[in-house]
Design a protein around this ligand. Structure first.
Ligand code: NAD
Length: 548
């Protein structure tokens, strides 16, 4: 994206300019700009480049030892100078992502009220029913990408109510940092329908409504009003549902996916990233997808989303739908999900196979002989030494994905995965882990992190103006992501490309979304001659505008 040039009459001057995060350049304002914009004397004499400013930010950040303090410092920078914030995010994504997103964002949400300084995004409470469009019009920028949560299932941390706002904020920072979506079109939204978290209800610093959660018709009416109003105020806006509890996530996706451009990242984005990791693992083993059998620890949004996409991929490789689903098994808090279990939730039904109940995960492994176990239950430590040793006993190279976030909920550490399988695990994790050396071999575990996927989905949806986000784009995204994993990545045990390549990954995934939009005639835009070049050209660069 070309550097923007503003005419001086467009921009505020003096202190108002320094306090406008979208236009502020801090000490990078040139002397000419300082004269023209009433900034003489309001800044020290030295003019810095953006790189020099970024280096100062990193120096200060690295001097802080507490991740939450780093989170607060970065938020303050975001509020002061947006371009510099994104310069730092993009240039140091490996280091910054764990601060602005998982795992630190989890802690930030838990302490949201305590660390609250400045609001970001739009909070819509149940009390604003009937006035949602009016509330959205208070947002001064033309939103094209909304991430919305109701805070009921934040990461693996449960109901955090309005404190969940940290998630849409962090996620949209990644839409820009990893996907190049212009931050001015990103809008974080929290629907505050109360919370059932007793601790928060008693917390004097809690920022949300101090009421128990509303559900049923009142909830659905607020959601409907929000979706309608969002499209009225911001026509064509992409809406990504985030961290909704199971009982709402699946039905909201079903309700709105054929009406507006929308997707649920917890279900569909996670699925694409997990499938990409499986494709990489199979490159290592040389085995076929259709010969695999997966046992999930967890039976929620991530598990069912991943199982659905694995099944679709197996179907494209020749299995029937029933055969494909039979290769995916779910295990939840009550044990193996089997057809005979009474009162099974609807989303689990397709994977509730005929089998005797099994209460213990190791026994389930011994009985079903999975080639891969995928942890998405948000219960820390469930891939015990016995689990890992059993996987290593029945498989030459077991697939072990411990995808739960944040780190405290991870099914096992990277060290445990490699150690208890004698270095044979094909491992991916949800939260970051350092490299591990076992018997002289160093493994570099990479995150099966949906931040490889969702930024590109959003980028492509916006670039192409698609009216729907169809299932096939998640399959295409998985293939694109897996394709970007190099042989040297695989040699060191990495099933994903380096996080520093996320912008490149996003451009490819964005292209897949745009291609689907044009092929399926889901957009009124003309197909560009070179779709990839068109998507790439729309990616935001955090260079400073020139006020000359
Ligand atoms: P969810 O609430 O929809 O599902 C959790 C599931 O775990 C439920 O089915 C529940 O019954 C089951 N469960 C609870 N306790 C259990 C136990 N003791 N044993 C077995 N199963 C148990 O949540 P979700 O959206 O599926 O997310 C689950 C986890 O996956 C979270 O930690 C989330 O952060 C993580 N996740 C990671 C990524 C990633 O990119 N790495 C993406 C999405 C989700």
């Amino acid at each position: 994206m070309a550097t923007q040039t503003h005419s001086w009459s467009d921009v505020p001057t003096g202190l108002a300019l320094l306090r406008d995060p979208l236009r502020n350049k801090g000490t990078a304002f040139t002397l000419e700009e300082r004269d023209a914009l009433g900034l003489r004397g309001l800044l020290p004499a030295r003019v810095h480049t953006q790189d020099e400013q970024a280096s100062r930010v990193m120096l200060n950040l690295r001097n802080l030892s507490d991740p939450l303090e780093k989170y607060v410092a970065l938020n303050a920078l975001h509020d002061r100078n947006e371009a510099l914030f994104f310069r730092v995010v993009i240039d140091h994504i490996d280091e910054i992502m764990p601060i602005i997103y998982t795992p630190t964002v989890g802690l930030a949400c838990q302490k949201f009220g305590q660390i609250f300084q400045r609001p970001r995004g739009v909070f819509i409470s149940i009390q604003e029913r009937g006035r949602v469009a009016e509330v959205l019009r208070n947002w001064p920028y033309p939103a094209r990408m909304i991430v919305v949560t109701d805070g009921e299932r934040i990461l693996g941390l449960g109901d955090l109510g309005a404190n969940g706002m940290g998630i849409p904020v962090g996620k949209l920072a990644l839409y820009t940092g990893c996907g190049g979506i212009d931050p001015r079109v990103c809008l974080p939204v929290t629907l505050d329908v109360g919370t059932n978290n007793a601790e928060l209800l008693a917390d004097p610093y809690y920022v949300g409504l101090r009421e128990r959660r509303v559900s049923g018709d009142a909830y659905d009416e607020l959601m409907e009003e929000f979706i309608t109003a969002a499209h009225q105020v911001f026509p064509g806006v992409v809406i990504q549902f985030e961290d909704f509890a199971n009982h709402n996530a699946f039905r909201l996706l079903e309700k709105y996916r054929d009406r507006i451009p929308t997707f649920n990242d917890d279900i569909q984005g996670t699925a694409a990233v997990a499938l990409a990791g499986i494709f990489s693992a199979l490159r290592v083993t040389g085995e076929n997808l259709t010969d695999q059998q997966f046992l999930f620890m967890g039976a929620g949004e991530a598990a069912v989303g991943i199982a659905d996409l694995i099944s679709s991929a197996m179907e494209t490789n020749g299995l029937s739908a029933a055969e494909a689903r039979e290769r995916c098994w779910l295990f939840d808090s009550q044990g193996l999900v089997v057809s005979g279990r009474p009162k099974l939730a609807g989303h689990k039904l397709l994977y509730a196979h005929d089998h005797a109940p099994i209460e213990d995960f190791v026994t389930a492994i011994r009985t079903l002989k999975p080639t891969g176990i995928i942890g998405v239950a948000a219960v820390g430590g469930t891939f015990t030494r016995s689990v890992l040793e059993e996987m290593a006993r029945i498989n030459k190279q077991p697939i072990v994905f411990a995808l739960s976030n944040p780190t405290s909920q991870s099914e096992c550490t990277a060290e445990e995965a490699y150690r208890w399988t004698n270095g044979r695990a094909l491992f991916a994790c949800g939260s970051p882990f350092d490299p591990v050396t076992i018997d002289g071999r160093t493994f570099v575990p990479r995150q099966g992190n949906n931040s490889y996927i969702f930024p590109g989905i959003g980028l492509g949806a916006i670039a192409s103006g698609t009216q729907r986000i169809t299932d096939d784009v998640f399959m295409a995204a998985a293939y694109k992501l897996a394709h970007l994993v190099s042989e040297s990545d695989l040699e060191q045990g990495s099933l994903y490309p380096a996080l520093s390549r996320t912008r490149e990954v996003s451009a490819h995934i964005g292209t897949a979304v745009a291609e689907a939009a044009h092929t399926r005639k889901l957009t009124e835009q003309r197909r560009p001659a070179d779709v990839f070049a068109d998507v790439e050209a729309q990616m935001y660069e955090p260079s400073y505008p020139s006020y000359a």
